[in-house]
Design a protein around this ligand. Structure first.
Ligand code: SF4
Length: 87
């Protein structure tokens, strides 16, 4: 699923926050996550456990990964629970 879009349109922060996503700020990219949508498949954690680590607070540390790699992993999220906005 394209993590930069919702229904084929580029996502905006306003929309994501309205939909209940939580923001995880990063220098080059912000990651947004919705626990209500997450299907707990684990592609994110397998993709880069330095960025996505269940049980850690915060569980997402955006700057522990490269921007392009974060995007690649977010795009493997099958549920749409992960989104991103590039700066
Ligand atoms: S890849 Fe998406 S659906 Fe799977 S655990 Fe991560 S956030 Fe949840």
């Amino acid at each position: 699923m394209n993590g930069g879009e919702i229904s084929g349109k580029p996502v905006t922060e306003e929309e994501l926050l309205r939909l209940g996503y939580k923001k995880y700020y990063g220098e080059g990219i912000d990651i947004y996550y919705s626990k209500d949508i997450c299907a707990h498949i684990g592609n994110c954690v397998r993709g880069n456990p330095k960025v996505f680590e269940v049980g850690r607070r915060p569980w997402i540390i955006t700057d522990n990964g490269e921007v392009a790699d974060n995007i690649r992993i977010i795009d493997t999220c099958p549920s749409g629970a992960l989104k991103y906005i590039k700066h």
